[in-house]
Design a protein around this ligand. Structure first.
Ligand code: SR1
Ligand code: MG
Length: 392
């Protein structure tokens, strides 16, 4: 489908659009700044006398690479649709959507500039005491209510059909699950990592685990995922958390969002000195505990499937989610270290010796998470994984 009236906005035309839509009066003095620092979109903040809004516009290509990588504009519609669905379950944890224009691939939403992108805040030393409680709650509600446990199968199938997101799923399938595990052109790593990278490429057991996880992402349409839940997709403060940017939303395995969040906390932990890591490990445990307790409570109160009366089934479902989350975290850690899209937590370490050491540690941890004995789930399962994470 072509977007007839599409043209990329400029700061000027973004103001004109905001005024045409009556967010500001024609005479009002407003300022506009393009603040998009992500890989794909334009983001304008427009401030007037009394209010301020965000206009987000999809570009027809991946900004991070250029026009040689075309991308469907439909992702703007996917994003606003996902935000509205998430807003039904956790309105306090996502931005409010005010307006959508599918032709322009534009979403107008709440300005959250009183908050900071969590990745930046964590790099600058913030701890965000409520981050994991909020993200555990976000994950439990959005994933439960869009899964077959919380949504009747026919409704779920219908919803699934609205989230066919081929271009962005293709990015994830390539950049998260395929390219970092072989000599692909998209990879980007420092020469000092060559040996560590080749060890990954030559590790057949590791690649078989990645293949299983990729297959799960491709075929296990368990729930509506955010699809890109890294710390750059989260705004935070001491008291508030807002999850943004669900343009990668699609149906997939529940553990995927959880694993991506774990991985990005771990990448931050690796970039820090040991004494300051504990808070991040605690965030990971809290995320899991809040997620599994809340998911269980929703299962008991709101389940729609006959077999949810079996508590052994609930326990098995949660164990599988955790098991997969650990593997997805391994993939995410490795791809953020040697793949196309890096993270500032590691790349921002100025001292070369420290940076290379941190990246080698990341590759080791990613490998350990992928090779962990995922078939044995006993009383010590969670403890063992958390010990691996902490390198104990
Ligand atoms: C070409 S897009 C690269 C990455 O940026 C997004 O935020 C996703 O994480 C994607 O993998
Ligand atoms: Mg994004």
């Amino acid at each position: 489908m072509s977007n007839k009236n599409y043209a990329p906005l400029t700061e000027e035309s973004a103001i004109t659009l905001a005024k045409e839509l009556a967010y500001f009066t024609a005479e009002e003095h407003v300022t506009c700044e393009e603040i998009g620092d992500g890989n794909l979109n334009l983001v304008f903040r427009i401030k007037g006398f009394e209010r301020s809004i965000i206009i987000k516009q999809a570009l027809p290509y991946a900004k991070v690479v250029g026009e040689s990588w075309p991308l469907s504009l439909k992702r703007a519609e996917i994003e606003s649709h996902a935000l509205r669905i998430q807003g039904q379950y956790v309105p306090h944890l996502v931005p409010k959507v005010f307006h959508e224009d599918h032709d322009l691939a534009v979403t107008i939403m709440e300005d959250l500039s009183h908050l900071t992108i969590a990745r930046k805040g964590l790099i600058d030393g913030e701890d965000y005491p409520l981050l994991s409680t909020h993200i555990g709650t976000f994950l439990a509600h959005t994933l439960f209510f869009t899964s077959d446990f919380g949504l009747h199968a026919s409704k779920k199938r219908e919803l699934d059909s609205q989230f066919c997101n081929p271009d962005l799923c293709d990015i994830t399938e390539g950049l998260v699950f395929t390219d970092p595990f072989g000599p692909y052109e998209t990879n980007n790593f420092e020469p000092a990592l060559q040996e560590d990278v080749e060890q990954i490429w030559n590790n057949v057991s590791l690649k078989e685990r990645v293949a299983q996880l990729k297959y799960s992402f491709l075929t296990h349409k368990e729930a509506l995922l955010h699809g890109d839940l890294h710390t750059g997709s989260i705004f935070a403060s001491e008291t508030e958390t807002k999850v943004i940017d669900p343009e990668f939303a699609c149906f997939g395995p529940i553990g995927f969002d959880i694993g991506q969040f774990f991985a990005n906390l771990l990448l931050q932990a690796i970039s820090r000195e040991e004494e300051r890591q504990a808070v991040l490990f605690t965030h990971i445990e809290t995320t899991w505990n809040v997620f599994s307790d809340t998911f269980s409570a929703l299962w008991h109160q709101h389940s729609v499937d006959a077999y949810t009366t079996l508590d052994t089934w609930r326990i098995a479902v949660l164990a599988n989610i955790f098991r997969e989350a650990v593997g997805f975290a391994g993939c995410e850690i490795i791809r953020r270290t040697i793949g196309l899209a890096h993270v500032a937590d590691l790349d921002g370490i100025e001292d070369e010796t420290r940076r290379i050491h941190a990246k080698k540690q990341a590759l080791k941890l990613g490998t350990a998470l992928l090779l962990h004995d995922v078939n044995t789930v006993d009383a010590q399962f969670y403890d063992r994984i958390f010990k691996t994470i902490k390198n104990e």
